[in-house]
Design a protein around this ligand. Structure first.
Ligand code: ADE
Length: 237
């Protein structure tokens, strides 16, 4: 069947959300991809349908109960499943394009969305969940992060992007930020397009774009530039 992601959430109505309008929306409509949601609350067992409780040791906020999340996971994970199970959290490993590519190539992931105060640590440990962060800022829940992760994966699925070269050429495929892009008009509000782009000299254009990508990466992301240089000039022992 199609690449399928399963999202465990207290807010299933947030899916597919904005993905239903973009490129991902066309893939969903064409059934090249599926986003399945599981309402965590359906796995609550008490008469109040509690999914969270106050933290042991005290403090603000609520923590999601391990028993409820475990039951929700058991309902989706079948014997011998190789689907990655990810928990979206600001404590996680930063998401990279390499991880996105691997997720798009493999069986669709199971994404656990929690409230940001968190999920009981024991259920994360028991399932050996991979904890993934979108960056060093705090969202009110994992759902917007799951939507972003899904967008990044879905655009890479075979047949989803119209132009197959676009992905190979863009940012991070070479480990650098992209060179700047220009289109008509050639003179807009007194700002001209770099003349080399109008020269018709494809070798010179390619060299200019590479130099621009390196200059922009050096200025904005010295961390990426160091990684790029370490790969282009392998360190000697
Ligand atoms: N949930 C709350 N904040 C998050 C973040 N920065 N990344 C991923 N999931 C989150």
């Amino acid at each position: 069947g199609p690449w399928t992601a399963t999202v465990l959430t207290l807010f299933p109505e947030m899916f597919p959300g904005s993905l239903g309008h973009s490129l991902a929306g066309k893939a969903l409509a064409a059934e090249r991809v599926r986003i399945e949601t599981i309402q965590i609350r359906e796995f609550a067992t008490d008469r109040h349908a509690s999914v969270d409780d106050s933290p042991f040791g005290g403090g603000a906020g609520l923590v999601m109960r391990p028993d409820v999340i475990d039951s929700a996971l058991r309902s989706v994970v079948t014997e011998g499943s190789h689907r990655p199970i990810l928990y979206l959290s600001p404590r996680g490993t930063p998401l990279t394009q390499a991880r996105v590519i691997a997720l798009a190539e493999g069986p669709g992931p199971i994404l656990l969305c929690g409230r940001y105060e968190g999920v009981d640590q024991r259920v994360l440990d028991a399932w050996a969940m991979e904890e993934v962060s979108l960056g060093d800022y705090v969202l009110s829940g994992g759902e917007p992060a799951a939507l972003v992760l899904l967008d990044a994966c879905i655009r890479l699925l075979p047949g989803v992007m119209g132009n197959e070269d676009t992905t190979a050429e863009e940012s991070f495929s070479h480990g650098l930020l992209e060179y700047p892009h220009y289109t008509r008009p050639a003179d807009w509000a007194g700002r001209e397009v770099p003349p080399v782009l109008l020269s018709g000299n494809h070798a010179e254009i390619a060299r200019w774009r590479q130099a621009q990508a390196e200059a922009i990466t050096r200025a904005r992301r010295p961390d990426l530039m160091r990684a790029f240089e370490a790969r282009s000039v392998p360190a000697r022992k």
